[in-house]
Design a protein around this ligand. Sequence first.
Ligand SMILES: Cc1ncc(COP(=O)(O)O)c(C=O)c1O
Length: 370
Amino acid sequence: MKVIPFFPYSDLFTRDEDALSKVMLDVCRRGAYILQKECREFDAHLAEYMGVKHAFGVANGTDAIIIGLKAVGIGPGDEVILPSHTYIATAASVHLVGATPVLAECGADHMLDAADVEHRITSRTKAIMPVQINGRTCDMDTLQAVADKHGLMIIEDAAQGLGSKFKGRSAGTFGKFGTISFYPAKLLGCFGDGGAIVTNDDEIAERIALLKDHGRNKDGRVVAWGYNSRLDNMQAAILNYKLKNFDNDIARRRAIAARYNAGLEGIKELALPPGPSDDLIHYDVYQNYEIEADRRNDLRAYLDENGIKTIIQWAGTPVHQFKDLGFAVELPKTDKFFTRCMMLPMNVVISDGEVDYIIGKIHDFYKRQL
Ligand SMILES: Cc1ncc(COP(=O)(O)O)c(C=O)c1O
């Protein structure tokens, strides 16, 4: 039986093997491993792509959040409100700078719910951190209005959002800073770990530049305590190459999402994500194609028997359910969502035929259950 993997990691390289081999050999032959021209070029290309003043490659998307939080001065005594529907890295970064992550519900669109955020604001709240999940940007107007009303800053975890837009503006560029992950399975994936921080603020940019490289300034003089969190030059070279084709990759993801939506609409047991052309306010780029399904576990088992690999995001656990970390908050909407959500294969190498096969098997499953 043919197996359709959830994410075919080796295809990241093999679909473009000749060109990528050249890129990597060139870096090796020049011995250009740390902070070389590819890093500078990538920072410039990424900033231009996102329409933001400054971009900095760092070691991974988690470091990006930690460094961003430090750069804006969030620390002990501060609270940051973020969705429980996120990867642990978002909350852990807040904890690791000494602040408190305050978890909020997701709304019907699975994104941070502004009304729930507002209930959780206290005198200690410093920032609201929307997470641009699954390649969709939150309704930033509503979140910004809440932030403005209470004098809070917006900071964005756009690890999963590169290329997505809200009203024409890129995810990651709304707040004091935004962060991206280049983990291999991300929209723009490198061949290991990688991340970036972007900002339009010159002072924050200056602090990020110091924090990510041992506190060294342009002359190499250490003027602050800093981390070693540099994007590898090899990864920067790979990302420079991949960024050139990124818009084609996004177009392919949007086409796959449209195909899934057209094929699955009408199955009343499913709730589908908005299709790519349904909503001019949101430009969605489908990092993931996440559905809600009745009898979700049985559906996954049936698809698995038929060679179709699916996953439940964050291994099925929203952050507030990690009681060992001290969370006591009840978030019933997020709990319910996690009993129903699952992700179908979504990547740039899956074929239309494979998508149609998956659609067919989902129809078969619900017909068999009648
Ligand atoms: C929403 C979110 N935040 C943060 C991260 C952390 O990124 P990284 O794995 O590059 O550290 C990820 C990626 O795994 C993520 O999906």
